[in-house]
Write a protein that binds this ligand. Structure first.
Ligand code: Z5A
Length: 270
């Protein structure tokens, strides 16, 4: 497990085939939790806003070609970059760009960790610390970090996670254990909500767009790979949009309350 057993937010992951309804249900879950007064946020992978995410997006849109192993590692890197905290400091005199990793910046790491949950005020305090030590700061950028958010009490509803990474790459023939390896050490979800619909039915919903994996034959292979990955802890939901919504509400609220009571965080596949 990671850290202590203080109250925290829950890590909720939605998985399934293309068009299974993850995006629709994620939005409904967010409204439901906020309506109950819980702090919650929506995340999705791939996060196409980062530089790694832009490479992934170009690949999915068939604008670039990448080896299957390479794109798998990029999807994984896209999760790692969102799980870590980076502080980017530009030193004016040396015109040098330094990127300090969370905890890896000697002398400041204690302060950074101690202030981990104070959001944007943290950036101001760290900036002042650097100024005191003779640095001239032009700008800083603080990436949100999964663990920090959870420990600050925010529940994260995540549309696709490592299971998509393994299911989609292994459907192309990449070894499952090889696919899991770069995901090890990321935070394990508190619950995986699998929207389980037949690939043929998913294909009928709103039609597929033009992205790389949006083909029925490939989605059938992905469905088989999800069967290998899933375990008894996964919660399955399959029926109409309103029924799925009701089913997920109760499951999610139970997990949010368990995490508020101090369920420890754990790591994926470790
Ligand atoms: N990928 C990967 O290879 N490796 C990785 O590590 C990760 C991802 C993270 C991009 O994902 C691709 O990246 C994805 C996996 C791969 N490729 N595929 N396939 P994305 O997130 O950009 O795309 P997506 O996950 O496939 O999302 P989507 O197309 O937006 O589908 P969705 O979110 O699951 O569905 P939706 O938008 O909520 O609903 C689709 C339609 O169905 C819509 O018209 C709804 O109104 C309707 N709907 C939803 N639920 C229902 C029910 N219950 N009944 C009837 N109709 C419904």
């Amino acid at each position: 497990s990671v850290g202590n057993t203080d109250s925290r937010g829950a890590l909720i992951v939605l998985e399934g085939l293309d068009r299974c309804g993850k995006t629709s249900q994620s939005g409904k879950l967010l409204s439901h939790l906020e309506g109950l007064g819980h702090s919650a946020e929506l995340w999705r992978f791939p996060d196409r806003t980062t530089s790694v995410g832009q490479m992934i997006s170009a690949y999915l849109l068939n604008q670039s070609q990448l080896d299957d192993h390479t794109i798998h590692l990029l999807f994984s890197a896209n999760r790692w970059e969102k799980s870590q905290l980076y502080l980017m400091i530009v030193q004016r005199q040396k015109t040098e760009l330094c990127i300090w990793h969370w905890g890896g910046c000697e002398g400041y790491s204690g302060a950074i960790c101690a202030l981990g949950s104070y959001g944007s005020s943290l950036g101001v305090i760290i900036s002042l610390g650097f100024l005191e030590h003779g640095h001239s700061i032009v700008c800083y950028h603080l990436r949100s970090m999964m663990e920090t958010k959870l420990k600050a009490g925010t529940t994260l509803i995540v549309d696709r996670y490592s299971y998509s990474g393994v299911a989609f790459s292994s459907a192309k023939g990449v070894d499952v254990e090889w696919c899991k390896a770069p995901e090890m050490g990321l935070l394990a979800p508190d619950v995986v909500l699998f929207l389980d619909i037949p690939p043929e039915k998913a294909a009928e919903r709103g039609g597929y767009g033009g992205e790389r994996y949006e083909h029925l034959e490939f989605q059938k292979k992905v469905a088989q790979c999800y069967q290998i990955l899933r375990d008894s802890s996964w919660k399955m939901a399959a029926e109409g949009i309103d029924e799925v919504e009701k089913e997920l509400h109760d499951i999610v609220v139970d997990h949010v309350l368990a995490c508020k009571k101090g369920k420890p965080l754990s790591l994926l596949w470790s």
